[in-house]
Ligand binder design. Structure first.
Ligand SMILES: NC(=O)c1ccc[n+]([C@@H]2O[C@H](COP(=O)([O-])OP(=O)(O)OC[C@H]3O[C@@H](n4cnc5c(N)ncnc54)[C@H](OP(=O)(O)O)[C@@H]3O)[C@@H](O)[C@H]2O)c1
Length: 190
């Protein structure tokens, strides 16, 4: 595993303590088989364009949310720069058609992304993307780090997933409650 930045020097301390080697976005994207694109939402397309060559044909996990500038609306709802019939994932997929984007990990805080320890069993991560094989790979990764996966379909499924970031953040802004995740529950199997 490697971690990227436009300025890898700023990750020197992290690289030393974690053992994860830092590099430029281009170096890290060339190194990885599966890429996690996790940058400021407004800059995600710009960041993807920097690694366009390196991500062609690869699975790219898109954790990004289309968060606009400004405070939470009504004190609880993070403002978005996309609308209901649109999503950042679709914009990324259209901008970089050779990459195989899968939306994942966008609707939970970073501190719970890996091996979340919560009551009620494994939480659910919602995924979407046009490439079924890429989604299968991402579901296997999620399974390995404590999540069950709910596939919401092709890239347009991200229109339903990205607003879950707004839902997830609301208890945090209202009550400083950031320790939760979403879960789909179904009738017991007979
Ligand atoms: N933090 C969370 O708990 C969480 C949870 C779920 C989803 N997400 C989503 O994941 C993404 C990353 O989250 P974050 O908290 O790390 O957000 P962040 O602090 O806004 O993003 C930092 C990253 O954005 C990159 N970046 C900023 N401007 C850039 C530009 N003009 N071009 C290229 N890269 C640029 C930075 O690269 P440099 O190192 O080069 O400056 C850095 O890697 C966001 O879209 C967020 O909505 C976050």
């Amino acid at each position: 595993m490697r971690i990227g930045s436009r300025d890898p020097n700023k990750l020197a301390e992290y690289a030393k303590t974690s053992g994860v080697k830092a590099g430029t976005f281009e170096e890290v994207a060339a190194f990885g088989d599966v890429i996690v694109l996790s940058v400021k939402g407004k800059r995600a397309i710009e960041a993807a364009s920097m690694i366009s060559k390196q991500i062609a044909g690869k699975v790219v996990i898109d954790t990004n949310n289309p968060i606009a500038d400004g405070p939470p609306v009504g004190g609880s709802i993070v403002p978005f720069f996309t609308g209901p019939n649109d999503s950042l994932l679709e914009r990324l997929q259209a901008a970089e058609p050779k990459a195989r984007f899968v939306k994942a990990w966008s609707c939970v805080g970073a501190h719970l992304m890996i091996d979340p320890k919560l009551e009620g069993g494994r939480p659910t991560m919602f995924i979407a993307g046009d490439d079924d094989a890429a989604k299968k790979d991402v579901a296997a990764i999620l399974d390995g780090v404590g999540w069950e996966t709910e596939d919401i379909g092709k890239a347009a499924g991200a229109r339903a997933i990205e607003p879950l970031c707004q839902l997830w953040c609301a208890p945090g802004f209202l009550r400083n409650d950031w320790a939760h995740a979403l879960k789909v529950i179904r009738p017991a199997k007979k």
